[in-house]
Write a protein that binds this ligand. Sequence first.
Ligand code: SAM
Length: 304
Amino acid sequence: MNPLAVELLLAINSLFPVSPNLKEIHQAKGSVDGYQAWERQELTRVAESFGPFWDFARKDVLDLGCGLGGKTVAYAQMGAASVTGLDLRSHSLRAADEENRQHNPDPAKVRFCLSDAAAMAFADASFDVIVSVNVLEHVDDLYFTLRECKRVLRPGGVMLFHFPPFYSPWGAHLEGWINFPWPHVFFSDQTLIEAARRIEEEQRRNTAYIPTAQVKWSELNRLPELNRVTAQQFAHLLDALDLRVLRQEMLPLGYHYFARSGPFHSQILGFLRKLAWTPVARELVTTKMSWVLGHPPRQQTTTP
Ligand SMILES: C[S@@+](CC[C@H](N)C(=O)[O-])C[C@H]1O[C@@H](n2cnc3c(N)ncnc32)[C@H](O)[C@@H]1O
Protein backbone atom coordinates (compact mmCIF):
# COMPACT_ATOMS: atom_id res chain seq x y z
CA MET A 1 0.00 0.00 0.00
CA ASN A 2 1.29 3.43 -0.95
CA PRO A 3 1.15 5.90 2.02
CA LEU A 4 1.08 8.85 -0.38
CA ALA A 5 -1.98 7.43 -2.12
CA VAL A 6 -3.71 7.09 1.27
CA GLU A 7 -2.94 10.73 2.10
CA LEU A 8 -4.23 11.81 -1.32
CA LEU A 9 -7.44 9.83 -0.86
CA LEU A 10 -8.00 11.31 2.60
CA ALA A 11 -7.37 14.81 1.25
CA ILE A 12 -9.88 14.30 -1.59
CA ASN A 13 -12.38 12.83 0.84
CA SER A 14 -12.18 15.90 3.07
CA LEU A 15 -13.27 18.06 0.11
CA PHE A 16 -16.53 16.15 -0.28
CA PRO A 17 -19.36 16.88 2.10
CA VAL A 18 -21.55 13.93 3.06
CA SER A 19 -24.42 13.95 0.55
CA PRO A 20 -28.04 13.95 1.83
CA ASN A 21 -28.43 10.40 0.46
CA LEU A 22 -25.44 9.16 2.43
CA LYS A 23 -26.68 10.94 5.56
CA GLU A 24 -29.97 9.12 5.20
CA ILE A 25 -28.23 5.72 4.93
CA HIS A 26 -25.93 6.60 7.81
CA GLN A 27 -28.94 7.35 10.01
CA ALA A 28 -30.78 4.23 8.88
CA LYS A 29 -27.83 2.04 9.85
CA GLY A 30 -28.19 3.28 13.43
CA SER A 31 -31.02 0.92 14.39
CA VAL A 32 -32.65 -2.28 13.17
CA ASP A 33 -36.03 -0.51 12.91
CA GLY A 34 -34.48 2.39 11.01
CA TYR A 35 -32.75 0.04 8.59
CA GLN A 36 -35.91 -1.99 7.99
CA ALA A 37 -37.84 1.21 7.30
CA TRP A 38 -35.14 2.25 4.81
CA GLU A 39 -35.30 -1.20 3.14
CA ARG A 40 -39.07 -0.75 2.71
CA GLN A 41 -38.88 2.85 1.56
CA GLU A 42 -36.35 2.02 -1.16
CA LEU A 43 -38.97 -0.19 -2.82
CA THR A 44 -40.89 2.75 -4.32
CA ARG A 45 -37.85 3.60 -6.47
CA VAL A 46 -37.01 0.00 -7.22
CA ALA A 47 -40.57 -0.79 -8.33
CA GLU A 48 -40.57 1.90 -11.06
CA SER A 49 -37.67 0.28 -12.85
CA PHE A 50 -39.50 -3.05 -13.23
CA GLY A 51 -42.68 -1.62 -14.79
CA PRO A 52 -45.52 -4.15 -15.13
CA PHE A 53 -43.33 -7.03 -13.93
CA TRP A 54 -43.48 -5.61 -10.38
CA ASP A 55 -46.49 -7.71 -9.46
CA PHE A 56 -46.63 -10.10 -6.51
CA ALA A 57 -50.38 -10.67 -6.31
CA ARG A 58 -51.23 -14.34 -5.68
CA LYS A 59 -47.62 -15.37 -6.44
CA ASP A 60 -45.23 -17.60 -4.50
CA VAL A 61 -42.30 -15.25 -3.99
CA LEU A 62 -38.66 -15.90 -3.05
CA ASP A 63 -36.84 -12.87 -1.61
CA LEU A 64 -33.21 -13.81 -2.24
CA GLY A 65 -30.86 -12.17 0.31
CA CYS A 66 -33.71 -10.74 2.36
CA GLY A 67 -31.50 -9.05 4.96
CA LEU A 68 -33.53 -7.65 7.86
CA GLY A 69 -36.81 -8.40 6.10
CA GLY A 70 -38.18 -4.88 5.51
CA LYS A 71 -38.81 -5.66 1.85
CA THR A 72 -39.89 -9.28 2.47
CA VAL A 73 -42.82 -8.16 4.59
CA ALA A 74 -43.73 -5.50 2.01
CA TYR A 75 -44.00 -8.19 -0.72
CA ALA A 76 -46.44 -10.12 1.49
CA GLN A 77 -48.49 -6.95 1.93
CA MET A 78 -48.58 -6.52 -1.85
CA GLY A 79 -50.79 -9.58 -2.11
CA ALA A 80 -48.30 -12.44 -2.53
CA ALA A 81 -49.71 -15.90 -1.83
CA SER A 82 -46.53 -16.73 0.09
CA VAL A 83 -43.12 -15.15 0.61
CA THR A 84 -39.91 -16.96 1.50
CA GLY A 85 -37.08 -14.75 2.73
CA LEU A 86 -33.68 -16.38 2.29
CA ASP A 87 -30.37 -15.19 3.70
CA LEU A 88 -27.13 -16.66 4.98
CA ARG A 89 -26.95 -14.51 8.12
CA SER A 90 -28.90 -16.02 10.99
CA HIS A 91 -28.97 -12.79 13.03
CA SER A 92 -30.51 -10.92 10.07
CA LEU A 93 -33.17 -13.61 9.78
CA ARG A 94 -34.03 -13.28 13.47
CA ALA A 95 -34.62 -9.54 12.97
CA ALA A 96 -36.60 -10.28 9.79
CA ASP A 97 -38.81 -12.74 11.67
CA GLU A 98 -39.46 -10.14 14.36
CA GLU A 99 -40.33 -7.56 11.67
CA ASN A 100 -42.81 -10.01 10.15
CA ARG A 101 -44.51 -10.71 13.47
CA GLN A 102 -44.77 -7.00 14.34
CA HIS A 103 -45.71 -5.46 11.00
CA ASN A 104 -47.50 -8.12 9.00
CA PRO A 105 -51.20 -8.63 9.73
CA ASP A 106 -50.91 -12.08 8.11
CA PRO A 107 -47.49 -13.31 9.33
CA ALA A 108 -48.16 -16.96 8.41
CA LYS A 109 -47.73 -16.05 4.73
CA VAL A 110 -44.01 -15.43 5.29
CA ARG A 111 -41.27 -17.90 6.22
CA PHE A 112 -37.53 -17.42 6.51
CA CYS A 113 -34.83 -19.78 5.44
CA LEU A 114 -31.14 -19.83 6.34
CA SER A 115 -29.26 -20.83 3.20
CA ASP A 116 -26.62 -19.91 0.69
CA ALA A 117 -28.36 -18.77 -2.49
CA ALA A 118 -25.94 -20.91 -4.49
CA ALA A 119 -27.25 -24.15 -2.93
CA MET A 120 -30.94 -23.94 -2.03
CA ALA A 121 -32.93 -26.84 -0.61
CA PHE A 122 -36.16 -25.99 -2.47
CA ALA A 123 -37.69 -28.37 -4.99
CA ASP A 124 -37.45 -27.53 -8.70
CA ALA A 125 -40.06 -25.01 -9.92
CA SER A 126 -41.10 -23.77 -6.45
CA PHE A 127 -41.57 -20.03 -7.09
CA ASP A 128 -43.43 -17.70 -9.47
CA VAL A 129 -41.23 -14.69 -8.64
CA ILE A 130 -37.64 -14.50 -7.39
CA VAL A 131 -36.87 -10.97 -6.29
CA SER A 132 -33.46 -9.83 -5.14
CA VAL A 133 -32.53 -6.24 -4.34
CA ASN A 134 -28.96 -5.16 -3.57
CA VAL A 135 -27.71 -8.74 -3.28
CA LEU A 136 -26.23 -10.13 -6.51
CA GLU A 137 -23.11 -7.97 -6.20
CA HIS A 138 -22.44 -9.73 -2.86
CA VAL A 139 -22.98 -13.43 -3.50
CA ASP A 140 -19.76 -15.44 -3.62
CA ASP A 141 -20.71 -17.59 -6.56
CA LEU A 142 -22.92 -15.75 -8.98
CA TYR A 143 -22.96 -18.52 -11.59
CA PHE A 144 -24.29 -21.14 -9.16
CA THR A 145 -26.70 -18.64 -7.62
CA LEU A 146 -28.24 -17.87 -11.00
CA ARG A 147 -28.31 -21.56 -11.90
CA GLU A 148 -30.18 -22.29 -8.67
CA CYS A 149 -32.63 -19.46 -9.37
CA LYS A 150 -33.33 -20.94 -12.78
CA ARG A 151 -33.93 -24.36 -11.21
CA VAL A 152 -36.41 -23.15 -8.56
CA LEU A 153 -38.31 -20.78 -10.89
CA ARG A 154 -41.58 -22.11 -12.31
CA PRO A 155 -42.15 -22.07 -16.07
CA GLY A 156 -43.58 -18.65 -16.90
CA GLY A 157 -42.13 -17.18 -13.70
CA VAL A 158 -39.83 -14.14 -13.47
CA MET A 159 -36.66 -13.15 -11.69
CA LEU A 160 -36.45 -9.47 -10.67
CA PHE A 161 -32.85 -8.48 -9.96
CA HIS A 162 -31.77 -4.99 -8.90
CA PHE A 163 -28.14 -4.26 -8.05
CA PRO A 164 -25.16 -2.06 -9.01
CA PRO A 165 -22.38 -3.08 -11.40
CA PHE A 166 -18.99 -3.02 -9.66
CA TYR A 167 -17.59 0.12 -11.33
CA SER A 168 -20.70 2.18 -10.63
CA PRO A 169 -20.14 5.37 -8.62
CA TRP A 170 -20.87 3.69 -5.26
CA GLY A 171 -19.98 0.14 -6.30
CA ALA A 172 -17.20 -0.12 -3.68
CA HIS A 173 -19.85 0.09 -0.92
CA LEU A 174 -17.72 2.47 1.14
CA GLU A 175 -20.61 4.77 2.05
CA GLY A 176 -20.23 5.95 5.62
CA TRP A 177 -16.46 6.21 5.28
CA ILE A 178 -15.62 7.55 1.83
CA ASN A 179 -17.85 10.28 0.44
CA PHE A 180 -16.80 10.66 -3.17
CA PRO A 181 -17.87 8.50 -6.12
CA TRP A 182 -15.69 5.93 -7.95
CA PRO A 183 -12.90 5.74 -5.32
CA HIS A 184 -12.27 2.11 -6.39
CA VAL A 185 -11.59 3.18 -9.98
CA PHE A 186 -8.67 5.33 -8.87
CA PHE A 187 -7.27 3.61 -5.77
CA SER A 188 -6.24 0.04 -4.88
CA ASP A 189 -8.14 -2.06 -2.35
CA GLN A 190 -5.26 -1.70 0.12
CA THR A 191 -5.33 2.09 -0.15
CA LEU A 192 -9.12 2.22 0.23
CA ILE A 193 -9.06 -0.07 3.25
CA GLU A 194 -6.26 1.81 4.98
CA ALA A 195 -8.05 5.13 4.38
CA ALA A 196 -11.34 3.70 5.67
CA ARG A 197 -9.52 2.32 8.72
CA ARG A 198 -8.08 5.77 9.49
CA ILE A 199 -11.45 7.45 9.00
CA GLU A 200 -13.00 4.84 11.29
CA GLU A 201 -10.34 5.47 13.92
CA GLU A 202 -11.17 9.17 13.86
CA GLN A 203 -14.94 9.16 13.38
CA ARG A 204 -15.98 5.84 14.99
CA ARG A 205 -18.78 5.15 12.50
CA ASN A 206 -19.03 1.51 13.59
CA THR A 207 -20.11 2.46 17.08
CA ALA A 208 -23.20 4.15 15.62
CA TYR A 209 -24.09 1.19 13.35
CA ILE A 210 -26.01 -2.04 13.89
CA PRO A 211 -23.76 -5.14 13.66
CA THR A 212 -24.72 -6.05 10.05
CA ALA A 213 -23.62 -2.59 8.87
CA GLN A 214 -20.28 -2.54 10.70
CA VAL A 215 -17.02 -3.17 8.85
CA LYS A 216 -13.84 -4.27 10.63
CA TRP A 217 -11.41 -2.45 8.35
CA SER A 218 -8.30 -3.47 10.28
CA GLU A 219 -8.98 -7.17 9.50
CA LEU A 220 -9.35 -6.80 5.73
CA ASN A 221 -7.02 -6.85 2.76
CA ARG A 222 -9.73 -6.79 0.07
CA LEU A 223 -12.99 -4.85 -0.26
CA PRO A 224 -15.44 -7.01 1.70
CA GLU A 225 -18.29 -9.15 0.36
CA LEU A 226 -18.10 -8.04 -3.26
CA ASN A 227 -17.86 -10.31 -6.30
CA ARG A 228 -17.00 -7.32 -8.54
CA VAL A 229 -19.36 -8.33 -11.30
CA THR A 230 -19.65 -5.86 -14.16
CA ALA A 231 -22.72 -5.35 -16.37
CA GLN A 232 -20.94 -7.08 -19.23
CA GLN A 233 -19.93 -10.10 -17.16
CA PHE A 234 -23.47 -10.40 -15.84
CA ALA A 235 -24.86 -10.41 -19.38
CA HIS A 236 -22.37 -13.16 -20.32
CA LEU A 237 -23.49 -15.26 -17.35
CA LEU A 238 -27.10 -14.97 -18.50
CA ASP A 239 -26.06 -16.19 -21.95
CA ALA A 240 -24.08 -19.07 -20.48
CA LEU A 241 -27.09 -20.13 -18.41
CA ASP A 242 -29.58 -19.63 -21.22
CA LEU A 243 -31.68 -17.18 -19.23
CA ARG A 244 -34.02 -14.98 -21.20
CA VAL A 245 -33.92 -11.19 -20.66
CA LEU A 246 -37.50 -9.90 -20.58
CA ARG A 247 -36.61 -6.34 -19.57
CA GLN A 248 -33.43 -4.49 -18.70
CA GLU A 249 -33.05 -1.01 -17.19
CA MET A 250 -29.73 0.72 -16.65
CA LEU A 251 -30.38 3.56 -14.19
CA PRO A 252 -27.78 6.28 -14.67
CA LEU A 253 -26.15 8.47 -12.07
CA GLY A 254 -28.52 11.22 -10.86
CA TYR A 255 -31.52 9.42 -12.33
CA HIS A 256 -33.96 10.27 -9.54
CA TYR A 257 -32.81 13.88 -9.32
CA PHE A 258 -33.02 14.60 -13.06
CA ALA A 259 -36.25 12.63 -13.51
CA ARG A 260 -38.22 14.95 -11.24
CA SER A 261 -36.85 18.28 -12.50
CA GLY A 262 -37.35 20.66 -15.47
CA PRO A 263 -36.74 20.42 -19.26
CA PHE A 264 -32.98 21.08 -19.14
CA HIS A 265 -32.69 18.24 -16.65
CA SER A 266 -34.53 15.89 -18.94
CA GLN A 267 -31.91 16.57 -21.66
CA ILE A 268 -29.13 15.70 -19.23
CA LEU A 269 -31.02 12.60 -18.22
CA GLY A 270 -31.46 11.61 -21.87
CA PHE A 271 -27.70 11.93 -22.39
CA LEU A 272 -26.89 9.93 -19.24
CA ARG A 273 -29.35 7.24 -20.30
CA LYS A 274 -27.57 6.95 -23.64
CA LEU A 275 -24.23 6.59 -21.85
CA ALA A 276 -25.74 3.89 -19.66
CA TRP A 277 -26.37 1.85 -22.81
CA THR A 278 -22.87 2.41 -24.23
CA PRO A 279 -20.27 -0.34 -23.62
CA VAL A 280 -17.59 0.66 -21.06
CA ALA A 281 -19.31 3.99 -20.22
CA ARG A 282 -22.29 2.06 -18.89
CA GLU A 283 -20.12 0.35 -16.27
CA LEU A 284 -19.26 3.76 -14.79
CA VAL A 285 -22.46 5.73 -15.30
CA THR A 286 -24.98 3.11 -14.18
CA THR A 287 -25.87 3.27 -10.48
CA LYS A 288 -28.28 0.35 -10.49
CA MET A 289 -29.36 -2.26 -13.01
CA SER A 290 -32.81 -3.84 -13.08
CA TRP A 291 -33.12 -7.14 -14.90
CA VAL A 292 -36.25 -9.16 -15.51
CA LEU A 293 -35.31 -12.72 -16.45
CA GLY A 294 -37.19 -15.86 -17.28
CA HIS A 295 -36.80 -19.30 -18.78
CA PRO A 296 -35.99 -19.38 -22.50
CA PRO A 297 -38.98 -19.91 -24.81
CA ARG A 298 -39.63 -23.61 -25.36
CA GLN A 299 -37.58 -24.97 -28.26
CA GLN A 300 -39.74 -25.44 -31.33
CA THR A 301 -39.57 -28.99 -32.61
CA THR A 302 -39.25 -28.94 -36.36
CA THR A 303 -40.20 -31.86 -38.55
CA PRO A 304 -37.92 -32.48 -41.50
C1 SAM B 1 -27.22 -5.32 1.21
S1 SAM B 1 -28.13 -6.62 1.92
C2 SAM B 1 -29.69 -6.43 1.08
C3 SAM B 1 -30.86 -6.84 1.93
C4 SAM B 1 -32.24 -6.68 1.28
N1 SAM B 1 -32.39 -7.43 0.06
C5 SAM B 1 -32.55 -5.24 1.01
O1 SAM B 1 -32.46 -4.78 -0.13
O2 SAM B 1 -32.88 -4.51 1.92
C6 SAM B 1 -27.45 -8.06 1.14
C7 SAM B 1 -27.91 -9.35 1.78
O3 SAM B 1 -27.54 -10.46 0.96
C8 SAM B 1 -27.17 -11.52 1.83
N2 SAM B 1 -26.33 -12.46 1.08
C9 SAM B 1 -25.11 -12.25 0.56
N3 SAM B 1 -24.65 -13.36 -0.04
C10 SAM B 1 -25.62 -14.30 0.07
C11 SAM B 1 -25.73 -15.66 -0.35
N4 SAM B 1 -24.75 -16.26 -1.03
N5 SAM B 1 -26.86 -16.32 -0.04
C12 SAM B 1 -27.87 -15.72 0.64
N6 SAM B 1 -27.81 -14.44 1.07
C13 SAM B 1 -26.70 -13.73 0.79
C14 SAM B 1 -26.45 -10.84 2.97
O4 SAM B 1 -26.38 -11.65 4.10
C15 SAM B 1 -27.31 -9.59 3.15
O5 SAM B 1 -28.33 -9.79 4.08
